[in-house]
Each structure stands twice: as C-alpha cells, then as structure tokens.
Design a protein around this ligand. Structure first.
Ligand code: PLP
Ligand SMILES: N[C@@H](CCOP(=O)(O)O)C(=O)O
Length: 471
C-alpha cells in the first residue's frame, strides 16, 4: 500500500516510512492511496473472533509487504496482551439498543492505549530493521501522553518528548506522564493549552533542519498508524451486534477527530454504518461546523472532559480530503485560511456530503454531569466525563428504532475522580494495578509555548542526533 498527503505535494510513501514520518513534508496528513475493502462475509465472520485476529485482517492490506506477516502477528499479540480484559474492547449494554464500547482496559486506562501499544512496537521494529533511532514528539491534552509514555518507556531506539498543557490535565493524567522514571521519556508542561502544544509539534515537523537533525517522528493521530489501529474496534463491536446484517451507528466523543475518522475508515472499508455521531463538549467547533458550514476556531474552554478541550481538530483535514473526492487543492486553500484567519467555509456540496454520513451534538457541563448521575442511578455504570458527553449526545440523536447505537467509552472514570464525584457523589478508585500512582515522585520540566525553547530542549536531550539517526 502506498500513502499520499492530503495536500498533494509530498512524496508518496510506503507504510513504514509513513509510520516514522508522522506528518507529511507539505504539512498534510497521510492517507492510503485506495481503501482496502472487506466483504460482508469477512465482516460477519469477525463476530466472536479474538481481537487480534480481526486486527490482523484489518492491518494486513495497510501494511502490505513492509512487515513480514509473522512479525506483524507477533506484535499484535504482544500489544493486546497488555489489556487484562480478554475481549480487549468489550461491549456493555446501556439500553435496549444502546451499547457502550469500553476502550479503557489498557495500561493507562484510556482508548489511546489501543493504538499506542501497537505503534510503539511497529516503530521499534522498523527502526531496528533499519538500524536507526528516532526522536518522537507528541502533544497531549492528557491521554495521548500517558499512553505514549507507557508504550515507549525504556525503548532503546527512541527518545520521547510529550508536551502537555500546564495545569489543564487531571492529576491522574499528569502522574501517568511524570512518574515513569525512565531516561528516554521527557514530560514537558507547556504554558498554554493543547492547541499550543499541537501547533508546536506541527511547527517542529515543518522546520526541516530540526526535523532531519533529530530524526523527528510523531505519535499523535496525525500519524496514520494511530488511525489504522483504531479502525479495528469498529469492526469487532459492530460484528458482535450483528453487522453487516444489522444497522449500526456510532457516537464518538471527539477532539482531534482521530477516533471518529477511524470509524469513517471502517465505513470506507465496507462496514455498513448508519451514522457517525460526533459528540463535543463546550469546545464545539465540529458541531458548529456541521450546523453552519463555517469552521471557526475560538477560545478554548476548560471543561470536566479536558482531553477534548481542543479547537484545532487536526484530522478534520483528512475528512475534507476524502469527502471532497480527494481535492488536495481545496485542502490547501482551506488550511491556508485556517492559519491566516482562524477559519474557513466548507463548500455547500462538501458539507452535504459530510452530513450524509455524520451528525453532531454538544453536551454542556450541566448535561454531562446529569448524564453521569442518571446512568449511574439507572444502570450502576459509572461513566467518565468524556464518555458521558457522548452518551448524552447519543441519547438526544434521532436513531431509527432498528438501529443499534454504539457509544465509545474512551476513558476509565478513575482518571477524573473529582469531576465524577462532583457529578454523582461517587469517587471512582483506580484499579489495583495502578495503586500508588499518586504517591510516586514526579519529574517534568516547564517551558514557554515557544518553538525555539522547545527545540533547544529536545536537541539537548535527544540521542538520535548522535547515533544512527534516520537520513
Ligand atoms: C478520553 C478521551 N476521549 C475522547 C478524545 C477525543 O478523541 P479524538 O481526539 O480522537 O477525537 C480524547 C482525546 O483526544 C480522549 O483522551
Ligand atoms: N485528547 C488527546 C489529544 C491528542 O490527540 P491525538 O489523538 O491526536 O493524539 C490527548 O488526550 O492527548
């Protein structure tokens, strides 16, 4: 499989190069040249199969010949053995036709583990085969950082730098990033919000000299590998509820648009999906864009679902590319508008195409707290605030009676104990495997949201600059 950039001006690459590269050299995001397709018979046969079997079937066409089948399978098995739940991503029934897909059974209790456990292994494998090292940077609003640190901690071939917004992540999220105690991991508290961290990461990729000097790589969902890994659970969950013969919709709590774009990718691969419902908190840029056709960034609001406190939703660019019939010139024009004036208008026919697949809704703070309270009373299920945003939106979305709704549960409630307690009076405890996290000593540095300061910091600490860096 070959991959091309949404902006149409970067070199076309194979899977391993795309994995290491992260962002395309023209500032765009990589997508497969064509969508592999799975037949209805193949999808039906996923029901009841081990998660790793489905993952292998989904990844194979994307990986192509770049990684030997046995090595790929071994990495998949290892990655999903880190999930103590035998189903990896189990479904829990909330109502007659409403199910919650629990994606938080991995090492850091958030859905990011599903992809991160795999791509850390894939990257290490490719780097080892090539005899290279890489410097990995990531921006986080709380969960990507912890998941990346858990996945890359101790890796011989990578140095990992995670930028998180100072004071804007939950205490559990912060400890997951600052207590690893390993030398190849650097947690950095940036004076700003998530969008500043993400802008710094993109600016580092666009600084060619720096990028080459430190052999830069990225693990945010701008990296195609992240999206690929997240496609699997759309297939496992839908098949277990009767797809392709039963109608299924998904509601996805959304920030950077990576997770819901993985659902769109599953649809493009042949999974029949009625609707993909985008659920946002008060940072409702995506819901507003679909309602008005105007994508307009504004103030970031701090909410009880901090991982979704995002305005610049990177993967929306991938959807613009796909829904416009792969019009790279349009993507370039809209993205130029975004950087020049903070917004752009979606052409009306593009908006209509998006609306044929997507719907969107917003849950404000009061509604989210009420959802946590009500679901606990009615089902004894304790939701984290991100999942509660999505459950609230799913319940207010028009769903035909013959359609099952799957809402993605993206984090364990114990990552946000204060917010959950405020909402329903019950403070969720961390699972036993995480006992002691809050007592561990923290190690992190604090930096201004300035490119030069962050680049100097990384330069001084990366080992890729000195040994076998990628050319
Ligand atoms: C718990 C949680 N839910 C939802 C999201 C939104 O996912 P995405 O950015 O892929 O839209 C994130 C982070 O982005 C998250 O950490
Ligand atoms: N919510 C994320 C933000 C980064 O998103 P990503 O999926 O692009 O890595 C987080 O928790 O860090």
């Amino acid at each position: 499989m070959r991959y091309l950039s949404t902006r149409g001006e970067a070199e076309i690459l194979g899977f391993s190069d795309v994995l290491l590269k992260g962002l395309a050299s023209d500032g765009g995001l990589y997508l497969p040249e064509s969508w592999p397709s799975l037949s209805h018979a193949e999808i039906e046969a996923f029901a009841g199969r081990p998660y790793a079997d489905v993952a292998e079937a989904v990844f194979r066409p994307f990986v192509g010949d770049d990684i030997a089948p046995a090595a790929l399978r071994a990495m998949i098995d290892e990655a999903y053995r880190t999930f103590p739940h035998p189903a990896v991503a189990p479904l829990v029934q909330l109502g007659p036709a409403h199910f919650v897909l629990e994606l938080f059974h991995g090492p850091t209790l958030a859905f990011k583990d599903v992809a991160m456990q795999l791509i850390a292994r894939l990257m290490d494998h490719v780097l080892k085969e090539r005899g290279q090292r890489a410097t990995i940077v990531g921006a986080t609003s709380g969960d990507t950082g912890g998941a990346a640190i858990a996945a890359f901690a101790g890796s011989e071939r990578t140095d990992l730098f995670i930028l998180f917004p100072n004071g804007r992540v939950s205490p559990v999220q912060q400890r997951q990033m600052t207590t690893s105690g390993v030398d190849n991991v650097h947690a950095v508290a940036v004076d700003g919000h998530f969008d500043d961290c993400q802008a710094l990461v993109k600016a580092m990729f666009n600084d060619r000299r720096f990028r080459d000097e430190v052999a830069l790589s990225g693990v945010n969902s701008i990296n195609w590998g992240r999206i690929m890994a997240q496609i699997v659970y759309y297939f496992t969950s839908a098949a277990s509820l009767g797809a392709p013969h039963r109608k299924i919709s998904f509601t996805v709590p959304t920030g950077n648009f990576g997770d819901v774009f993985a659902g769109y990718a599953a649809l493009r691969m042949g999974l029949p999906v009625e609707k993909l419902v985008i659920a946002t908190n008060a940072n409702d840029i995506l819901a507003r864009s679909l309602a008005t056709g105007r994508y307009e960034t504004g103030e970031v609001h701090a909410t009880m679902s901090p991982s979704m406190d995002i305005q610049v939703s990177s993967n929306f660019e991938r959807l613009i590319f796909e829904a416009s019939g792969r019009d790279a010139a349009l993507v370039r024009r809209l993205m130029a508008g975004l950087s020049q004036s903070g917004g752009f208008d979606l052409p009306p026919e593009l908006l209509q195409t998006m609306l044929s697949t997507f719907a969107a809704g917003t849950s404000d703070e009061a509604a989210t707290a009420a959802t946590i309270r009500r679901v606990l009373e009615e089902t004894a299920c304790l939701l984290d605030p991100h999942t509660a945003v999505a459950v609230g939106v799913a319940e207010t979305t028009d769903t035909p009676p013959d359609t099952a709704m799957i809402t993605l549960a993206t984090a364990h409630p114990a990552k946000f104990p204060e917010a959950v307690k405020r909402a329903c009076g019950r403070e969720p405890a961390l699972p036993p495997a995480h006992a002691g996290l809050m007592e561990k000593a923290e190690r992190f540095d604090r930096l201004p949201a300035e490119l030069a300061a962050v680049e100097d910091y990384i330069r001084a600490r990366t080992r890729a600059a000195t040994a076998g860096a990628r050319p």
